[in-house]
Design a protein around this ligand. Structure first.
Ligand SMILES: C[S@@+](CC[C@H](N)C(=O)[O-])C[C@H]1O[C@@H](n2cnc3c(N)ncnc32)[C@H](O)[C@@H]1O
Ligand code: SF4
Length: 464
Protein backbone atom coordinates (compact mmCIF):
# COMPACT_ATOMS: atom_id res chain seq x y z
CA UNK A 1 0.00 0.00 0.00
CA UNK A 2 1.29 3.52 -0.73
CA UNK A 3 2.26 5.59 2.27
CA UNK A 4 2.08 9.37 2.60
CA UNK A 5 5.85 9.31 2.37
CA UNK A 6 5.70 7.45 -0.96
CA UNK A 7 3.27 9.99 -2.35
CA UNK A 8 5.54 12.82 -1.26
CA UNK A 9 8.59 11.19 -2.85
CA UNK A 10 6.81 10.66 -6.18
CA UNK A 11 5.59 14.27 -6.14
CA UNK A 12 9.08 15.59 -5.52
CA UNK A 13 10.68 13.33 -8.09
CA UNK A 14 8.17 13.99 -10.87
CA UNK A 15 7.83 17.63 -9.79
CA UNK A 16 11.53 18.17 -10.53
CA UNK A 17 11.16 16.52 -13.95
CA UNK A 18 8.07 18.58 -14.73
CA UNK A 19 9.97 21.74 -13.87
CA UNK A 20 12.79 20.68 -16.19
CA UNK A 21 10.31 19.79 -18.96
CA UNK A 22 8.58 23.17 -18.72
CA UNK A 23 11.84 25.03 -18.31
CA UNK A 24 14.62 25.42 -20.81
CA UNK A 25 16.49 22.14 -20.24
CA UNK A 26 18.03 20.83 -23.46
CA UNK A 27 16.94 17.36 -24.58
CA UNK A 28 20.19 15.62 -23.54
CA UNK A 29 20.10 17.38 -20.16
CA UNK A 30 16.46 16.47 -19.70
CA UNK A 31 17.10 12.86 -20.66
CA UNK A 32 19.90 12.61 -18.12
CA UNK A 33 17.41 13.65 -15.45
CA UNK A 34 14.87 11.13 -16.70
CA UNK A 35 17.44 8.33 -16.65
CA UNK A 36 18.54 9.33 -13.19
CA UNK A 37 14.95 9.15 -11.93
CA UNK A 38 14.09 5.78 -13.43
CA UNK A 39 15.30 3.57 -10.61
CA UNK A 40 14.04 5.79 -7.84
CA UNK A 41 10.53 5.98 -9.33
CA UNK A 42 10.42 2.22 -9.87
CA UNK A 43 11.61 1.74 -6.29
CA UNK A 44 8.75 3.81 -4.86
CA UNK A 45 6.22 2.03 -7.05
CA UNK A 46 7.67 -1.31 -5.91
CA UNK A 47 7.13 -0.33 -2.34
CA UNK A 48 3.56 0.55 -3.17
CA UNK A 49 2.54 -2.48 -5.29
CA UNK A 50 4.90 -5.20 -4.11
CA UNK A 51 6.26 -6.37 -7.49
CA UNK A 52 9.58 -5.14 -8.85
CA UNK A 53 9.04 -5.89 -12.58
CA UNK A 54 5.52 -4.46 -12.51
CA UNK A 55 6.90 -1.35 -10.82
CA UNK A 56 9.55 -1.03 -13.54
CA UNK A 57 6.94 -1.30 -16.28
CA UNK A 58 4.76 1.33 -14.64
CA UNK A 59 7.73 3.65 -14.11
CA UNK A 60 8.52 3.37 -17.83
CA UNK A 61 4.92 4.18 -18.74
CA UNK A 62 4.90 7.20 -16.42
CA UNK A 63 8.18 8.64 -17.70
CA UNK A 64 7.19 7.95 -21.31
CA UNK A 65 4.02 9.97 -20.81
CA UNK A 66 6.09 12.81 -19.43
CA UNK A 67 8.38 12.64 -22.47
CA UNK A 68 5.42 12.52 -24.87
CA UNK A 69 4.00 15.67 -23.30
CA UNK A 70 7.32 17.43 -23.67
CA UNK A 71 7.67 16.28 -27.32
CA UNK A 72 4.17 17.59 -27.99
CA UNK A 73 4.68 21.03 -26.48
CA UNK A 74 8.05 21.39 -28.19
CA UNK A 75 6.36 20.34 -31.42
CA UNK A 76 9.31 17.97 -31.74
CA UNK A 77 9.89 16.69 -35.22
CA UNK A 78 11.65 13.64 -33.79
CA UNK A 79 9.84 12.20 -30.79
CA UNK A 80 11.87 10.87 -27.89
CA UNK A 81 8.81 9.20 -26.39
CA UNK A 82 7.22 6.05 -27.71
CA UNK A 83 3.50 6.06 -28.55
CA UNK A 84 1.47 5.42 -25.40
CA UNK A 85 -1.60 4.15 -27.29
CA UNK A 86 -1.15 1.24 -29.69
CA UNK A 87 -3.60 0.06 -32.30
CA UNK A 88 -2.76 -3.35 -33.77
CA UNK A 89 -4.77 -5.33 -36.25
CA UNK A 90 -4.93 -9.13 -35.82
CA UNK A 91 -6.91 -9.45 -39.08
CA UNK A 92 -7.22 -6.93 -41.90
CA UNK A 93 -10.14 -8.89 -43.31
CA UNK A 94 -13.78 -8.83 -42.24
CA UNK A 95 -16.80 -11.06 -42.78
CA UNK A 96 -19.21 -8.09 -42.97
CA UNK A 97 -19.53 -5.15 -45.36
CA UNK A 98 -20.80 -2.12 -43.43
CA UNK A 99 -21.25 1.13 -45.38
CA UNK A 100 -18.38 3.60 -45.01
CA UNK A 101 -15.94 0.86 -44.01
CA UNK A 102 -13.01 -0.38 -46.09
CA UNK A 103 -15.03 -3.59 -46.58
CA UNK A 104 -18.16 -1.94 -47.98
CA UNK A 105 -19.26 -3.31 -51.35
CA UNK A 106 -19.41 0.11 -52.93
CA UNK A 107 -16.06 1.30 -51.53
CA UNK A 108 -14.41 -1.87 -52.78
CA UNK A 109 -15.91 -1.57 -56.25
CA UNK A 110 -14.82 2.08 -56.48
CA UNK A 111 -11.42 1.19 -55.08
CA UNK A 112 -11.65 4.00 -52.51
CA UNK A 113 -9.26 2.53 -49.93
CA UNK A 114 -5.82 1.04 -50.10
CA UNK A 115 -6.53 -2.04 -48.02
CA UNK A 116 -5.88 -5.73 -48.43
CA UNK A 117 -7.02 -8.71 -46.35
CA UNK A 118 -4.76 -11.04 -44.37
CA UNK A 119 -4.00 -12.15 -40.83
CA UNK A 120 -1.06 -10.79 -38.90
CA UNK A 121 1.90 -13.17 -38.60
CA UNK A 122 2.64 -14.16 -35.02
CA UNK A 123 6.28 -12.99 -35.10
CA UNK A 124 5.26 -9.55 -36.41
CA UNK A 125 2.75 -9.14 -33.59
CA UNK A 126 5.21 -10.49 -31.04
CA UNK A 127 8.04 -8.15 -32.09
CA UNK A 128 5.77 -5.11 -32.22
CA UNK A 129 4.26 -5.74 -28.79
CA UNK A 130 7.68 -6.57 -27.37
CA UNK A 131 9.16 -3.28 -28.49
CA UNK A 132 6.27 -0.88 -27.87
CA UNK A 133 4.13 -2.66 -25.26
CA UNK A 134 6.24 -1.73 -22.21
CA UNK A 135 5.68 2.01 -22.86
CA UNK A 136 1.99 1.69 -23.74
CA UNK A 137 -0.90 2.22 -21.36
CA UNK A 138 -3.61 1.12 -23.82
CA UNK A 139 -3.51 -1.47 -26.58
CA UNK A 140 -6.43 -1.69 -28.99
CA UNK A 141 -6.40 -4.99 -30.87
CA UNK A 142 -8.62 -3.86 -33.74
CA UNK A 143 -8.80 -1.14 -36.31
CA UNK A 144 -10.40 -1.85 -39.69
CA UNK A 145 -10.74 -5.61 -39.63
CA UNK A 146 -12.60 -8.20 -37.58
CA UNK A 147 -10.15 -9.25 -34.84
CA UNK A 148 -11.99 -12.41 -33.80
CA UNK A 149 -11.64 -13.93 -37.27
CA UNK A 150 -8.07 -14.62 -36.20
CA UNK A 151 -8.08 -17.64 -33.85
CA UNK A 152 -4.80 -16.43 -32.30
CA UNK A 153 -6.24 -13.11 -31.13
CA UNK A 154 -6.71 -14.28 -27.51
CA UNK A 155 -3.02 -15.20 -27.43
CA UNK A 156 -2.10 -11.72 -28.75
CA UNK A 157 -4.21 -10.14 -26.02
CA UNK A 158 -2.16 -12.13 -23.51
CA UNK A 159 1.05 -10.76 -25.00
CA UNK A 160 -0.32 -7.22 -24.71
CA UNK A 161 -1.24 -7.90 -21.06
CA UNK A 162 2.32 -9.07 -20.38
CA UNK A 163 3.23 -5.37 -20.49
CA UNK A 164 0.34 -4.49 -18.15
CA UNK A 165 -1.47 -2.33 -20.70
CA UNK A 166 -5.26 -2.08 -20.79
CA UNK A 167 -6.59 -4.08 -23.74
CA UNK A 168 -9.67 -3.48 -25.87
CA UNK A 169 -11.28 -5.26 -28.80
CA UNK A 170 -14.26 -4.23 -30.88
CA UNK A 171 -15.96 -7.08 -32.72
CA UNK A 172 -19.05 -7.67 -34.81
CA UNK A 173 -19.25 -11.04 -32.99
CA UNK A 174 -21.06 -12.53 -35.97
CA UNK A 175 -18.45 -15.29 -35.81
CA UNK A 176 -19.25 -18.92 -36.50
CA UNK A 177 -16.29 -20.44 -34.63
CA UNK A 178 -15.70 -18.60 -31.39
CA UNK A 179 -13.76 -19.80 -28.36
CA UNK A 180 -15.52 -17.94 -25.56
CA UNK A 181 -13.31 -19.38 -22.81
CA UNK A 182 -10.12 -18.39 -24.62
CA UNK A 183 -11.40 -14.81 -24.91
CA UNK A 184 -12.17 -14.68 -21.19
CA UNK A 185 -8.88 -16.32 -20.19
CA UNK A 186 -6.85 -14.06 -22.50
CA UNK A 187 -7.04 -11.20 -20.02
CA UNK A 188 -8.98 -8.90 -22.35
CA UNK A 189 -10.22 -5.87 -20.38
CA UNK A 190 -12.92 -4.49 -22.70
CA UNK A 191 -14.94 -6.12 -25.46
CA UNK A 192 -17.08 -3.78 -27.54
CA UNK A 193 -19.71 -5.59 -29.57
CA UNK A 194 -21.07 -3.69 -32.58
CA UNK A 195 -24.84 -4.30 -32.73
CA UNK A 196 -26.99 -1.54 -34.17
CA UNK A 197 -30.43 -3.07 -34.00
CA UNK A 198 -32.72 -5.35 -32.01
CA UNK A 199 -34.16 -7.37 -34.90
CA UNK A 200 -32.37 -9.02 -37.83
CA UNK A 201 -34.06 -6.86 -40.51
CA UNK A 202 -33.04 -3.59 -38.84
CA UNK A 203 -29.60 -4.82 -37.71
CA UNK A 204 -28.56 -5.92 -41.19
CA UNK A 205 -29.34 -2.57 -42.79
CA UNK A 206 -25.93 -1.44 -41.52
CA UNK A 207 -24.17 -4.67 -40.48
CA UNK A 208 -24.36 -6.21 -43.94
CA UNK A 209 -23.84 -9.95 -43.87
CA UNK A 210 -24.22 -10.10 -40.08
CA UNK A 211 -26.37 -12.60 -38.22
CA UNK A 212 -27.96 -11.09 -35.11
CA UNK A 213 -28.92 -14.50 -33.66
CA UNK A 214 -25.29 -15.61 -33.85
CA UNK A 215 -24.07 -12.35 -32.27
CA UNK A 216 -26.44 -12.77 -29.32
CA UNK A 217 -25.48 -16.42 -28.90
CA UNK A 218 -21.80 -15.51 -28.84
CA UNK A 219 -22.31 -12.65 -26.41
CA UNK A 220 -24.23 -14.91 -24.04
CA UNK A 221 -21.50 -17.60 -24.41
CA UNK A 222 -18.80 -15.12 -23.35
CA UNK A 223 -20.93 -13.96 -20.41
CA UNK A 224 -21.43 -17.63 -19.43
CA UNK A 225 -17.71 -18.35 -19.71
CA UNK A 226 -17.03 -15.42 -17.36
CA UNK A 227 -19.38 -16.91 -14.81
CA UNK A 228 -17.94 -20.41 -15.19
CA UNK A 229 -14.34 -19.22 -14.91
CA UNK A 230 -15.13 -16.78 -12.08
CA UNK A 231 -13.86 -13.80 -14.06
CA UNK A 232 -15.38 -10.35 -14.33
CA UNK A 233 -13.58 -9.40 -17.53
CA UNK A 234 -13.85 -8.63 -20.36
CA UNK A 235 -16.27 -5.82 -19.66
CA UNK A 236 -18.79 -6.41 -22.44
CA UNK A 237 -20.07 -3.22 -24.02
CA UNK A 238 -22.90 -3.44 -26.54
CA UNK A 239 -22.36 -0.53 -28.93
CA UNK A 240 -25.42 0.83 -30.69
CA UNK A 241 -24.69 3.38 -33.43
CA UNK A 242 -27.78 5.54 -33.95
CA UNK A 243 -29.04 5.90 -37.51
CA UNK A 244 -32.46 6.99 -38.76
CA UNK A 245 -33.34 3.38 -39.59
CA UNK A 246 -32.67 1.99 -36.07
CA UNK A 247 -33.50 4.86 -33.72
CA UNK A 248 -36.81 3.27 -32.74
CA UNK A 249 -35.00 0.15 -31.47
CA UNK A 250 -32.82 1.79 -28.83
CA UNK A 251 -35.07 0.85 -25.91
CA UNK A 252 -35.49 -2.83 -26.91
CA UNK A 253 -31.72 -3.03 -27.53
CA UNK A 254 -31.05 -1.83 -23.97
CA UNK A 255 -33.23 -4.65 -22.65
CA UNK A 256 -31.60 -7.23 -24.91
CA UNK A 257 -28.09 -6.13 -24.00
CA UNK A 258 -28.85 -6.66 -20.33
CA UNK A 259 -30.44 -10.04 -20.97
CA UNK A 260 -27.50 -11.32 -23.02
CA UNK A 261 -24.88 -10.54 -20.41
CA UNK A 262 -23.53 -7.13 -21.51
CA UNK A 263 -22.09 -5.04 -18.69
CA UNK A 264 -23.18 -1.83 -20.38
CA UNK A 265 -24.57 -0.37 -23.58
CA UNK A 266 -23.19 2.64 -25.42
CA UNK A 267 -25.67 4.62 -27.51
CA UNK A 268 -23.52 6.69 -29.85
CA UNK A 269 -23.72 8.92 -32.88
CA UNK A 270 -21.79 7.44 -35.81
CA UNK A 271 -19.69 9.12 -38.47
CA UNK A 272 -21.68 10.05 -41.53
CA UNK A 273 -21.41 7.36 -44.23
CA UNK A 274 -23.75 8.99 -46.76
CA UNK A 275 -20.76 9.47 -49.11
CA UNK A 276 -20.79 5.68 -49.47
CA UNK A 277 -24.50 4.93 -49.20
CA UNK A 278 -26.90 7.92 -49.20
CA UNK A 279 -29.75 5.73 -47.91
CA UNK A 280 -27.98 5.40 -44.53
CA UNK A 281 -28.48 8.56 -42.53
CA UNK A 282 -27.20 9.42 -39.06
CA UNK A 283 -30.01 9.47 -36.50
CA UNK A 284 -31.43 12.61 -34.94
CA UNK A 285 -30.57 11.47 -31.41
CA UNK A 286 -27.12 12.97 -31.16
CA UNK A 287 -25.61 11.21 -28.23
CA UNK A 288 -22.88 9.44 -26.39
CA UNK A 289 -24.72 7.79 -23.52
CA UNK A 290 -23.61 4.79 -21.54
CA UNK A 291 -26.23 2.76 -19.66
CA UNK A 292 -24.43 0.64 -17.07
CA UNK A 293 -25.89 -2.67 -15.85
CA UNK A 294 -22.93 -4.11 -13.97
CA UNK A 295 -19.54 -2.47 -13.64
CA UNK A 296 -17.05 -2.09 -10.80
CA UNK A 297 -13.48 -0.73 -10.94
CA UNK A 298 -12.48 -3.87 -9.05
CA UNK A 299 -13.21 -5.97 -12.17
CA UNK A 300 -10.28 -4.32 -13.97
CA UNK A 301 -8.10 -4.42 -10.86
CA UNK A 302 -8.58 -8.18 -10.46
CA UNK A 303 -7.60 -8.67 -14.09
CA UNK A 304 -4.51 -6.49 -13.75
CA UNK A 305 -3.42 -8.35 -10.64
CA UNK A 306 -3.37 -11.67 -12.55
CA UNK A 307 -0.76 -10.20 -14.88
CA UNK A 308 1.18 -8.28 -12.22
CA UNK A 309 1.78 -11.64 -10.59
CA UNK A 310 3.15 -13.18 -13.79
CA UNK A 311 5.31 -10.43 -15.34
CA UNK A 312 8.50 -11.84 -16.88
CA UNK A 313 11.11 -10.45 -14.51
CA UNK A 314 14.17 -10.96 -16.72
CA UNK A 315 12.59 -9.53 -19.87
CA UNK A 316 11.41 -6.43 -18.04
CA UNK A 317 14.73 -5.93 -16.27
CA UNK A 318 16.60 -5.89 -19.60
CA UNK A 319 14.08 -3.55 -21.16
CA UNK A 320 14.11 -1.22 -18.16
CA UNK A 321 17.89 -0.95 -18.11
CA UNK A 322 18.09 -0.20 -21.84
CA UNK A 323 15.27 2.34 -21.95
CA UNK A 324 16.44 5.75 -23.22
CA UNK A 325 20.06 4.76 -22.79
CA UNK A 326 20.97 6.14 -26.21
CA UNK A 327 21.79 9.83 -25.97
CA UNK A 328 21.88 10.17 -29.76
CA UNK A 329 18.08 10.24 -29.86
CA UNK A 330 17.93 13.15 -27.46
CA UNK A 331 20.61 15.03 -29.38
CA UNK A 332 18.93 14.54 -32.74
CA UNK A 333 15.59 15.67 -31.32
CA UNK A 334 17.16 19.09 -30.68
CA UNK A 335 16.94 19.97 -34.36
CA UNK A 336 13.26 20.70 -34.14
CA UNK A 337 12.71 22.44 -30.87
CA UNK A 338 12.95 25.98 -32.11
CA UNK A 339 9.45 27.03 -33.10
CA UNK A 340 6.16 26.23 -31.58
CA UNK A 341 3.04 26.00 -33.69
CA UNK A 342 -0.38 26.37 -32.13
CA UNK A 343 -1.85 23.83 -34.47
CA UNK A 344 -0.72 20.27 -34.72
CA UNK A 345 -2.18 16.79 -34.81
CA UNK A 346 -2.30 15.05 -31.45
CA UNK A 347 -2.19 11.63 -33.05
CA UNK A 348 1.34 12.25 -34.26
CA UNK A 349 2.58 12.36 -30.67
CA UNK A 350 0.33 9.90 -28.88
CA UNK A 351 -0.63 6.80 -30.85
CA UNK A 352 0.45 4.53 -33.59
CA UNK A 353 -1.55 2.04 -35.64
CA UNK A 354 -0.16 -1.07 -37.32
CA UNK A 355 -2.23 -3.17 -39.71
CA UNK A 356 -1.89 -6.94 -40.13
CA UNK A 357 0.78 -6.53 -42.83
CA UNK A 358 3.01 -4.27 -40.72
CA UNK A 359 2.03 -0.96 -42.34
CA UNK A 360 2.24 1.84 -39.79
CA UNK A 361 -0.32 4.65 -39.78
CA UNK A 362 -0.51 7.66 -37.47
CA UNK A 363 -4.21 7.27 -36.68
CA UNK A 364 -7.21 5.01 -37.17
CA UNK A 365 -7.97 6.42 -40.63
CA UNK A 366 -7.43 3.84 -43.39
CA UNK A 367 -5.04 4.68 -46.23
CA UNK A 368 -6.84 5.54 -49.49
CA UNK A 369 -6.14 5.10 -53.15
CA UNK A 370 -5.62 8.87 -53.46
CA UNK A 371 -3.99 9.64 -50.15
CA UNK A 372 -1.00 8.30 -48.33
CA UNK A 373 -1.32 7.52 -44.64
CA UNK A 374 1.37 4.85 -44.44
CA UNK A 375 4.24 6.45 -42.57
CA UNK A 376 6.40 3.34 -42.35
CA UNK A 377 6.51 -0.43 -42.16
CA UNK A 378 7.35 -2.54 -39.14
CA UNK A 379 9.14 -5.77 -39.99
CA UNK A 380 9.32 -9.02 -38.05
CA UNK A 381 12.67 -10.41 -36.90
CA UNK A 382 14.48 -7.13 -37.61
CA UNK A 383 15.42 -5.97 -34.14
CA UNK A 384 14.48 -2.60 -32.69
CA UNK A 385 12.89 -0.22 -35.22
CA UNK A 386 12.06 3.46 -34.81
CA UNK A 387 8.73 3.47 -36.62
CA UNK A 388 7.60 6.59 -34.69
CA UNK A 389 10.32 8.71 -36.33
CA UNK A 390 10.40 7.62 -39.96
CA UNK A 391 11.12 10.41 -42.48
CA UNK A 392 7.39 10.60 -43.23
CA UNK A 393 6.50 10.85 -39.53
CA UNK A 394 8.98 13.69 -39.13
CA UNK A 395 7.71 15.40 -42.26
CA UNK A 396 4.15 15.12 -40.94
CA UNK A 397 5.12 16.68 -37.59
CA UNK A 398 7.14 19.38 -39.26
CA UNK A 399 4.42 20.04 -41.83
CA UNK A 400 1.88 20.84 -39.14
CA UNK A 401 4.28 23.50 -37.92
CA UNK A 402 4.85 24.83 -41.39
CA UNK A 403 1.14 25.09 -42.07
CA UNK A 404 0.84 27.24 -38.99
CA UNK A 405 3.83 29.32 -39.90
CA UNK A 406 2.54 30.02 -43.41
CA UNK A 407 5.22 28.08 -45.17
CA UNK A 408 8.30 29.45 -43.43
CA UNK A 409 11.24 27.22 -42.61
CA UNK A 410 11.62 23.63 -43.73
CA UNK A 411 14.29 22.67 -41.21
CA UNK A 412 15.95 20.26 -43.58
CA UNK A 413 13.14 17.77 -44.17
CA UNK A 414 12.20 17.12 -47.78
CA UNK A 415 8.52 17.84 -48.26
CA UNK A 416 8.06 15.85 -51.41
CA UNK A 417 5.60 12.97 -51.38
CA UNK A 418 3.72 14.48 -48.47
CA UNK A 419 1.70 12.11 -46.31
CA UNK A 420 -2.02 12.80 -46.11
CA UNK A 421 -1.50 14.45 -42.69
CA UNK A 422 -0.17 17.45 -44.63
CA UNK A 423 -1.70 17.04 -48.02
CA UNK A 424 -5.37 17.03 -47.12
CA UNK A 425 -6.30 15.89 -43.63
CA UNK A 426 -8.36 18.38 -41.65
CA UNK A 427 -9.45 15.95 -39.00
CA UNK A 428 -6.76 15.82 -36.36
CA UNK A 429 -5.36 19.34 -36.38
CA UNK A 430 -5.84 21.08 -33.09
CA UNK A 431 -8.24 18.44 -31.86
CA UNK A 432 -7.59 16.07 -29.05
CA UNK A 433 -10.40 13.59 -29.49
CA UNK A 434 -8.02 10.69 -29.78
CA UNK A 435 -8.77 7.21 -28.60
CA UNK A 436 -5.93 7.32 -26.10
CA UNK A 437 -6.34 10.50 -24.12
CA UNK A 438 -3.44 11.10 -21.74
CA UNK A 439 -5.92 11.52 -18.88
CA UNK A 440 -6.96 7.89 -19.39
CA UNK A 441 -3.30 6.83 -19.36
CA UNK A 442 -2.74 8.71 -16.10
CA UNK A 443 -5.83 7.10 -14.60
CA UNK A 444 -4.53 3.68 -15.62
CA UNK A 445 -1.10 4.33 -14.06
CA UNK A 446 -2.60 5.84 -10.91
CA UNK A 447 -4.86 2.86 -10.35
CA UNK A 448 -2.12 0.35 -11.10
CA UNK A 449 0.34 1.99 -8.72
CA UNK A 450 -2.14 2.19 -5.86
CA UNK A 451 -2.98 5.92 -6.11
CA UNK A 452 0.58 7.03 -5.48
CA UNK A 453 0.42 10.03 -7.87
CA UNK A 454 -0.89 13.26 -6.39
CA UNK A 455 -3.60 15.33 -8.17
CA UNK A 456 -1.22 18.08 -9.37
CA UNK A 457 1.08 15.58 -11.04
CA UNK A 458 -1.94 13.78 -12.54
CA UNK A 459 -3.36 16.91 -14.07
CA UNK A 460 0.03 17.97 -15.48
CA UNK A 461 0.59 14.56 -17.04
CA UNK A 462 -2.97 14.05 -18.24
CA UNK A 463 -4.22 17.44 -19.37
CA UNK A 464 -2.89 18.07 -22.87
C1 LIG B 1 -14.03 -0.63 -38.34
S1 LIG B 1 -14.61 -1.44 -36.95
C2 LIG B 1 -13.54 -2.82 -36.74
C3 LIG B 1 -13.89 -3.73 -35.58
C4 LIG B 1 -15.05 -4.68 -35.79
N1 LIG B 1 -15.11 -5.24 -37.06
C5 LIG B 1 -16.36 -4.01 -35.44
O1 LIG B 1 -17.10 -3.60 -36.32
O2 LIG B 1 -16.63 -3.87 -34.23
C6 LIG B 1 -14.06 -0.38 -35.61
C7 LIG B 1 -15.16 0.32 -34.90
O3 LIG B 1 -15.78 1.26 -35.77
C8 LIG B 1 -17.15 1.24 -35.48
N2 LIG B 1 -17.91 1.85 -36.58
C9 LIG B 1 -18.38 1.29 -37.68
N3 LIG B 1 -19.04 2.19 -38.43
C10 LIG B 1 -18.97 3.36 -37.77
C11 LIG B 1 -19.46 4.67 -38.01
N4 LIG B 1 -20.15 4.96 -39.10
N5 LIG B 1 -19.22 5.62 -37.08
C12 LIG B 1 -18.51 5.35 -35.95
N6 LIG B 1 -18.02 4.13 -35.67
C13 LIG B 1 -18.25 3.15 -36.58
C14 LIG B 1 -17.42 -0.20 -35.27
O4 LIG B 1 -18.68 -0.43 -34.68
C15 LIG B 1 -16.27 -0.57 -34.38
O5 LIG B 1 -16.53 -0.29 -33.02
S1 SF4 C 1 -17.88 -5.26 -38.98
FE1 SF4 C 1 -16.35 -3.71 -38.52
S2 SF4 C 1 -14.66 -4.04 -39.92
FE2 SF4 C 1 -16.36 -5.25 -40.63
S3 SF4 C 1 -17.29 -4.03 -42.20
FE3 SF4 C 1 -18.36 -3.58 -40.30
S4 SF4 C 1 -17.30 -1.84 -39.35
FE4 SF4 C 1 -15.99 -2.69 -40.99
Amino acid sequence: MPTAENRKSVSELLGALIEAADGGASSPEFMRKVRASKNELAGIYWDSIGSEPAAQLLALKTLNLLLARRDFFHRAQRAIASPFGLVVEPSNGCNLACPGCVHSENARQRNVFDWSPGMVKADLMRDFLDQYGPYATHIFLYDYGEPLLNPRTPQYVGWAKDSLALTTISSNLSIKKLDAEAIVESGLDYLTVSVDGATQDVYQVYRRGGDLGLVLKNMAAIADAKRRLHRNTPIIQWQFLVFEHNEHQIEPAIEMAKRHGANQILIASPFDVAWDDPTIRVGTRNSHEVVVFDFKDSYLEENRQRFVDSVDKERVRRFFEDAWSNDAVAISSEESQSKRADITCHWLYKNVAMDATGRVMPCCGPPGRDYDLVLGTFKANSGSQDIFNTPKYRAARLGCKIEDEHGSGTEGVALEGLPHCLAGCTWGKGRDDVISKPEHSVAMITEATGEVLDPDVCSWLGDW
